[in-house]
Design a protein around this ligand. Structure first.
Ligand code: NAD
Length: 251
């Protein structure tokens, strides 16, 4: 497994933090050359190439993909992971916020994939992995806009998988449960009682804890790797059983 991605070039969006950073590290450890595309600089000491770009800006995305090709001459795997959250019912978010979240979470994938496609078509091991969410498949309170965006990511994943199968490009997504990342830490800090809020989020996961970003990274790396060569058009839950299980309360 250590060298399974040897010789392959991977682009990870949102790779400066949380799930994306864990994915970049894991895929580098598996032998890939990793390029991180993010709004933020990478602060950790990592071997990745970092391109500062914004997935909501087509020009900046095209420049970032061009930089990958200039540096490595190829692009084999795209991890569309950059995303932002939104809280509220359907009555709560402004039109502007709806457009902003969909622009990043859904159209971000469109822009990055569109720019990468000509190079993926030339790869012998082309794969795309999108980061969706359990919010796409379970009804969560106060997440109307975010859930709509992630539902679109799951549907887009299936459609892309169908469209590009004949070109040798596999497309899958992961559906994480609540993961212990800087994003969730930021959310907790806005709660009146962050410890109680964390305990409530942990209790919502059937396995009783938050998902580790490294666990999501492992699923992404598997779906992206050549050993998953017969896996396309799937949504892999990494949610401690949140979507699929109906446990009886302990009595
Ligand atoms: P995070 O905030 O720790 O990391 C997200 C990264 O994306 C950041 O580095 C940020 O700078 C980058 N980013 C945001 N907007 C961008 C843009 N316009 N262009 C380029 N980069 C941008 O978040 P995370 O928890 O690691 O989340 C990563 C992905 O996982 C997101 O798509 C999120 O929806 C999804 N997800 C997270 C959870 C969770 O509980 N943390 C659960 C399910 C799904």
């Amino acid at each position: 497994m250590k060298s399974e991605l040897d010789g392959l070039v991977v682009l990870v969006t949102g790779g400066a933090s949380g799930i994306g950073a864990a994915t970049a590290n894991r895929m580098a450890a598996m032998g890939a050359q990793v390029v991180v595309l993010d709004l933020m600089p990478v602060t950790a000491d990592v071997p990745h190439v970092v391109v500062e770009a914004d997935v909501s800006d087509d020009e900046s995305v095209r420049r970032a993909v061009a930089a990958v090709i200039t540096r490595f001459g190829r692009l084999d795997i795209v991890v569309n992971n950059a995303g932002i959250g939104a809280q509220g019912t359907i009555a709560d978010n402004s039109e502007e916020e709806w457009h902003r979240v969909l622009d990043i979470n859904v159209l971000g994938i469109v822009r990055v994939t569109r720019a990468a496609l000509p190079y993926l078509r030339k790869s012998p091991s082309a794969a795309i992995v999108n980061t969706a969410s359990v919010a796409a498949t379970a009804g969560l309170q106060n997440r109307a806009l975010y859930s709509a965006s992630k539902g679109a990511v799951v549907a887009l994943t299936l459609s892309m998988a169908a469209d590009h199968l004949h070109e040798g490009i596999r497309v899958n997504c992961v559906n994480p449960g609540t993961a212990d990342t800087p994003w969730v830490e930021r959310l907790l800090q806005t709660a009146t009682d962050p410890a109680a809020e964390r305990a409530a989020l942990e209790a919502r996961q059937p396995h009783g804890r938050l998902v580790k970003p490294e666990e999501v990274a492992a699923a992404i790396a598997f779906l992206a790797s050549p050993s998953a060569g017969s896996t396309t058009g799937t949504a892999l839950a990494v949610d401690g059983g949140m979507q699929g299980l109906r446990l009886r309360p302990v009595v």
